[in-house]
Every structure is written in C-alpha cells, then in structure tokens.
Design a protein around this ligand. Sequence first.
Ligand SMILES: Cc1cc2nc3c(=O)[nH]c(=O)nc-3n(C[C@H](O)[C@H](O)[C@H](O)COP(=O)(O)OP(=O)(O)OC[C@H]3O[C@@H](n4cnc5c(N)ncnc54)[C@H](O)[C@@H]3O)c2cc1C
Ligand code: SF4
Length: 437
Amino acid sequence: MPDGLTDDRSETIFEDFKGEYTREQALVEANRCLFCSDAPCIQACPTEIDIPQFIRKIATDNLVGSARTIFEANILGMSCARVCPVEVLCVGACVYNHMGVPPIQIGKLQRYSTDKAFEKGTRYFEAGRDSQRSVALIGGGPASLACAHELRRLGHRCTIYEKRSTLGGLNTSGVAPYKMKADRSAEEVEWVLRIGGIEVETGVEVGRDITLHELEQRYQAVFFGAGLGSDTRLEIPGADLPGIHGAVDWIERMKLGRVATSSIRDCVVIGGGNTALDALREARGLRVARVTMVYRGSEAKMSGYRHEWSAAQVEGARAEWQAIPIAFEGAGRVERVRCQRLDDAKRPIAGSEFTLAADLVLVAIGQSKLGQALAELSGIAIDAGRVVTDETGATGRKGWFAGGDCANGGKEVVNAAAEGKRAARAIDAHLRRGSHA
Ligand SMILES: Cc1cc2nc3c(=O)[nH]c(=O)nc-3n(C[C@H](O)[C@H](O)[C@H](O)COP(=O)(O)OP(=O)(O)OC[C@H]3O[C@@H](n4cnc5c(N)ncnc54)[C@H](O)[C@@H]3O)c2cc1C
Ligand code: SF4
C-alpha cells in the first residue's frame, strides 16, 4: 500500500510508555520525597510548580489539593506530566541523583494527581470580574491556551484565532502518541476552556482571513502564539519523489491515522534533533523493519535528548553519524538515499559515498520560523525569524506580546505554557495601565 493511504495501526500499537501509578505506588513514591526546602526540582521547572508541596499532598491523600498546586502554576499540568522531558528538567535535578538513589518520579506523580482531577471533573478556577478589555490570541497551541486561561482569571475577554479545525497546537498534532494521544490533548483543551468566556475562532488564519491591523483595531492587546511553520525542505536531487516527507507533517498525519506503513521496509530519517528521534521511534513503533537516522554530526554532539536516543536504540533504530544525504533516487518513488560521510570539520570526504535503501524518508532538519508574519508592524523586531520580546513577553510595539515556539525558537510544551502565562500577566498590567488608549 503506498504511503498517504490509511491503515489502522497507528492508533493501536503505541503503548503508553510511562504507564500510570496505582494509589499504592503513588503513595510509596510520594513518601520517598525529602521535601527539600530549596528544592532544585522547582528551579528546573519552567512553570515553577511547587513540586514538594504537590507531592506532600499526594502523601496525605489530598489529591484535590495536590492537583490545585500543579494547576495554579501550570494549567497544562496534565499534558506536561506526560510529555515533559523530565529527565532533563525536574527529575534530572532531584537531589537523589547525587546520592546514587533513583530520583523521584515527579512526572508520574504529577500524572497521577492531574489524571484524578480530570476523572473527578473538579473545577478549580473561575473567571475574574469582567474588565471590559479584550485580547486576541493568534494560534491555539499551548502558549495561547495558557495565556488565555490566565487572562480570564484576571477578568479579560479573550478570542483565540486558530487556522486549523482543532486547538492544542503541536500538543495535539506533534507529540508522539506513546507519550500522549491526540484525544487526551483535546480533553485538556476542554478543561482549559471550561473557565468560560474564551471565544474560539477555528479555521481562521490570521494574515489571510483577518489582518493584523484589523486585530489591532478590534482588541486592546494581541498575543502572538503561532508556533513554528512548516518543515524545512532538503534541496537535493530527487527531493520531490513520492515517499519523502517533512517529519512534522508526516507525524501529524500518522497521529490522525492517515499514513500506511504496512508495505514500508526501510525508513531513513534525516536529522539528529528531537523530532528526528520521535520519527525514528514512531516508525519502529509502526513496525517498519529497518529505521536509520542520518545525522551530519557525531553521536556525542547530537541535539536530540540522549535518553530518547537510548530508547530508540533499544527499540531497534540505528544511525549513520557524520553523514549527509546528497540525492534521493528511485523509479517513480523513493527507493534509495545516496549519502556522503563528513570529517570532523563537517567537510565531505571524497570517495565516502554510500547508499541506504529507503521506501520512506522523513526529513527532520527544522521548521520555518513565523516571526516574519509580524514584519509589517513597525516596532516589532524579528531575529532569524523569531519574534523578539522582553522577559515579560512584550514586543517593541505597544499592546503586542508573544510567547512559545514563535519567540523561543522551538522548545517544549512547558516553556510555551510558562511564557503564555507570563505574557498574560504583562498584558494585564498593560491593560490596567490603560496604556492601550
Ligand atoms: C514532532 C514534535 C514532537 C514534540 N514533542 C514534544 C514532547 O514530547 N514534549 C514537549 O514538551 N514538547 C514537544 N514538542 C514541542 C512542543 O510541541 C512545542 O514546544 C509547543 O507545542 C509550542 O507551543 P506553541 O503554542 O508555541 O506552538 P504550537 O503548538 O505550534 O501552536 C501554534 C498554533 O498556532 C496556529 N497558527 C499558526 N499560524 C497561525 C495563523 N496565522 N493564524 C491562526 N493560527 C495560526 C497553528 O496551527 C498551531 O495550532 C514537539 C514538537 C514537535 C514538532
Ligand atoms: S529534589 Fe527530589 S527529593 Fe527534593 S523535593 Fe524535589 S523531588 Fe523531592
């Protein structure tokens, strides 16, 4: 079956790789916590969740209070519990790492607490008193959702403009299904919107269906949370052959069950970042027999997380280090990738060419930056496609704020949540000053 058609494996075979705690397991783990007074785990969390406090509440069976502690800091605490790279954030900072003892499984405890809150449907937050001020949010991903929720708590009216038919951004369409499936992200969107008063305009692309100037006239402030753009293309011979896809685009279609891999034997992933590693693991998860990453750097210098690469290796992925693709070849569709090795200075080595069989190629060499979309507005600085903001999220143009991937260049969901919330506080200060007038 050629790719692009549907088979039904993507929804069924991805196991939830971290699994859930039972009450007993959660209690045992929570009671291991030392409740450190200068907790390094809090400092490692971009949303500064009071981790020892929420863990202490689990230990005393106060689950409603535990989840409140999490959501007060991060309204996207449910998805962050699943998708955060805790190994390099809170868990990586736990003091137990220095004692030769396994660190506290903070992500799993956070998941236990927030899942119980979702199951119970506990309502934690009310909208603040109506300020009569309105804010437009461009994009419906984690950054805008966190920003809109905080703005509602502060009493401001919000409208999210999202070009797709669904909200959640890459949390819905990009994050690997073994971390979180799209329907769980949709549940979280409902959870965020439950505060009431967040208007949502889906299927509306700002810049095409409504202009930036129109937004500026209609609203007293605007938050730009448009994330990153499409996959960067690899401009080498054969790049247009069927079977070659941008990795983020393919992952989105795979999550929606719109790719078929039953006839795919050899998948080559180009790149060495986290999207490349996700693509590797997802292709292996879909039972593609041979999955190979081609990366121009060395293993020691790859930008993807080491723990993800270790997991990919355990699952059977392999890599060609210090190599680049120089051509895609095939009759009617891709069949081979011609590659060349690089020396330590990344110069091609003469006579080092080799060929990899490939009936699926996923190109994961980055995504375009969308900051340029704001270039028509004077006062907003763009640096290499990223929107430049101060530490509060304010741009150089009065009333315009930004956060998440479009401003930080592409980090994690938890960074987008932190930056969205921080920008909401700055927007609130701006609106209360009346400086929009
Ligand atoms: C393949 C992949 C896997 C990832 N895995 C993880 C992970 O495991 N853990 C993790 O923490 N992070 C992960 N990330 C990163 C994480 O998803 C992002 O950092 C996060 O989603 C950024 O949130 P955002 O709101 O800034 O942008 P996005 O999530 O990209 O949301 C932006 C939204 O804006 C919309 N939009 C864009 N332009 C317009 C416009 N002109 N008008 C209206 N709407 C517009 C888009 O459609 C999109 O819905 C992953 C990213 C990718 C690509
Ligand atoms: S650093 Fe570890 S032990 Fe200390 S409070 Fe955080 S999770 Fe608990």
